[in-house]
Write a protein that binds this ligand. Structure first.
Ligand code: GDP
Ligand code: MG
Length: 183
């Protein structure tokens, strides 16, 4: 599809538990510089349900330019009340957990299942992301078990840090290349 001089437009979503670092990862990728977000204050009321999206154009290794529409949840992941429309036309998903948060890793299968249950006719390409890789001293999910989970779900695994800007571009590029190859 033609979009702003781009041959393709891919809709990509970031999913995972609250506070794993999805928004920081996305902003790091889109803006490069701003780095990690300040901690959010505790929520006292139900936040506005909404989504945010960012876009970035990039040149695929295979040649064509592609516009990425990158969708982020805006607090709804806390309550597991992401609407079906969030998943509409999504072709790629970054499933993000925090390597220092065991629960966020255990919930990855739930997020995966939710996408599988709501996806349309198009095949969705996933990438498992172990985020906050800069926090090695407090990590509690090993790379090996994450690799095993990814393999069992048929996806690749990668570790990222928005703080150190480690593998941020690589994660999005890997997902985008895989989407393009599956077209
Ligand atoms: P979201 O709820 O998944 O969107 O997570 P946020 O992007 O709001 O980040 C949650 C918290 O994790 C914030 O306090 C961020 O500063 C912190 N954070 C995000 N990315 C990183 C990272 O790569 N390393 C470290 N150490 N902290 C991070
Ligand atoms: Mg967020």
């Amino acid at each position: 599809m033609e979009a702003g001089g781009c041959r393709y437009q891919f809709r990509i979503a970031l999913l995972g538990d609250a506070a794993v670092g999805k928004t920081s990862l996305l902003r790091r990728y889109v803006a490069g510089a701003p780095g990690i977000l300040e901690p959010e204050p505790e929520l006292e009321s139900v936040p506005t349900v909404g989504v945010e999206f960012y876009s970035r154009t990039l040149q695929l290794r295979a040649g064509p330019r592609v516009k990425l529409q990158l969708w982020d949840t805006a607090g709804q992941e806390r309550f597991r009340c992401i609407t079906r429309s969030f998943y509409r036309n999504v072709v790629g998903v970054l499933l993000v957990f925090d390597v220092t948060n065991r629960k966020s890793f255990e919930h990855i299968q739930d997020w995966h299942q939710e996408v599988m249950a709501t996806q349309g006719p198009d095949k969705v390409i996933f990438l498992l992301v172990g985020h906050k890789s800069d926090l090695q001293s407090t990590r509690c999910v090993s790379a090996q078990e994450a690799e095993e989970l990814a393999a069992s779900l048929g996806m690749a695994f990668m570790e990222t840090s928005a703080k150190n800007n480690c593998n941020v571009d690589l994660a999005f590029n890997t997902l985008t290349d895989a989407i393009q190859q599956a077209l």
